[in-house]
Write a protein that binds this ligand. Structure first.
Ligand code: BGC
Length: 415
């Protein structure tokens, strides 16, 4: 059992701090939300690797795409003094947890990370100059997944503008295909909305969702964003409420759905079903976003065991494994992402991953590489939650765009 926060302080005061376990029989408990077919295969690579190294693995998989349920479960575990050895946490939340003095230091295995990570992502893994997080991979959010047979059937091509997108959606509808496969959960609604914000340009996205600039948030261009989202909403078909993301991906996979806006973990589902990029499905940057890239980086942090500031051998082994070249490759092949470690060979990856990698490099140079708001990469949980509420309320009501913008501007002030 691990002790955190108050529990750890009490243990320390009474001299109850035991040294971390040093034997290879150590078992690591791991909290994550990778439960779909593709996600499970990806996390299994880590489990197998750890078991090969002689460590036990206690799995705390919390169902619910996007991770909101997992974050609630994590808080409960930590408060009750049962923090996991490792937990899937990303973005500014890493700093939040670090400020509670509950995360373990993993510097020992991170000597070469700075040279092998994009600088902003390297910084995000550290608190007070010490590594506390280890990154897995980069997901691109602004993708549109299209069923290839459906596309051929209606004689369409991947849309690069919104007018082209709506023309294709009409063709799908006329052919009896649900144009946009979607699940009406707040984070999926946000995936669409955030992507439409990006279609107004990376600068617009940055001013709106990174700087939270009120002028941009209330601009006529933002009204247009809500107009487009409202229009997309008309193409979701029936029964989309509360549908899980992988069920929506399954629709594109089978062809009952034509397109889906989703991060490239969707590709993990296609791979899991032996579907091939360019043959069975197409990955295209969402309309208007070919020069931009919304990224999300999954990472693990490690909770202090019995109040010891340094990570245990098992935690260090896990961090080291995750950043190794082989793991970075194998994990992303299942997950649909690309390695976060720079210069990992890409020859085993498909065209979507190669495109993602090329676009990552290009958009880092052109300032088109921006952090995803919805996937926890930039704002506090409070701000992100308030904006999500505003957007999801808009999508699930008859609010007009002006009302949506007003609610958004107010939500962006929540800190
Ligand atoms: C995570 C992905 C995961 C997705 C759906 C996102 O928040 O970054 O790794 O596949 O949620 O569960």
């Amino acid at each position: 059992m691990k002790k955190c926060g108050l529990a750890a302080a009490i243990a320390a005061i009474f001299g109850m701090v035991a040294p971390p376990a040093a034997d290879a029989a150590e078992s690591v408990s791991v909290l994550h939300w990778w439960t779909s077919g593709g996600e499970s295969k990806a996390v299994r690579v880590l489990k197998d690797d750890m078991e090969k190294q002689g460590y036990g693995w206690k799995d705390f998989a919390v169902a619910g795409g996007g991770g909101a349920a997992a974050m609630t479960a994590l808080k409960t575990q930590v408060i009750s003094g049962n923090a996991p050895s490792a937990a899937q946490i990303k973005g500014p939340l890493i700093q939040d947890w670090a400020s509670q003095s509950v995360l373990a230091n993993i510097d020992k295995v991170a000597a070469d990370w700075k040279a092998n990570l994009p600088p902003t992502l390297d910084t995000q893994m550290k608190a007070d100059g010490h590594y506390v997080g280890v990154p897995f991979s980069i997901h691109r959010i602004n993708w549109l997944w299209i069923n290839k047979a459906d596309l051929d059937k209606v004689g369409g091509k991947p849309p690069t503008t919104w007018p082209e997108f709506f023309a294709l959606a009409d063709k799908f509808r006329a052919a009896g295909i649900t144009p946009v496969a979607h699940g009406g959960q707040p984070w999926q609604d946000m995936t669409i909305w955030e992507t439409v914000v990006l279609s107004q340009g990376a600068d617009f996205y940055r001013k709106a969702l990174v700087d939270l600039d009120q002028q941009t948030l209330t601009s006529p261009q933002m009204v247009q964003v809500f107009d487009i989202v409202r229009r997309i909403h008309g193409y979701l078909g029936s029964g989309y409420q509360a549908r899980d993301w992988n069920v929506a991906t399954g629709m594109v996979l089978s062809g009952s759905g034509g397109m889906q806006f989703m991060g490239d973990w969707a590709k993990g589902e296609f791979a899991n079903a032996n579907k091939k990029a360019d043959v069975d499905y197409i990955c295209a940057p969402a309309p208007g976003t070919s020069n931009a890239y919304t990224y999300s980086v999954d990472s693990f942090v490690f909770f202090q065991e019995r109040g010891a500031k340094d990570a245990t051998p098992g935690q260090l082994a896990m961090a080291k494994t995750i950043m190794s070249v082989d793991f970075q490759q194998d994990f992303s092949l299942y997950k649909g992402s690309i390695p976060v470690r720079l210069n990992v060979p890409m020859d085993k990856f498909d065209t979507c991953a190669k495109k993602s990698y090329a676009d990552e490099i290009a958009t880092i140079k052109s300032s088109g590489f921006v952090p995803s708001l919805e996937f926890g990469m930039v704002q506090s949980a409070a701000t992100e939650g308030a904006i999500t509420d505003a957007v999801t309320k808009f999508m699930n009501s008859n609010e007009d765009s002006a009302q949506g913008v007003k609610a958004l501007a107010a939500a962006a002030k929540v800190r």
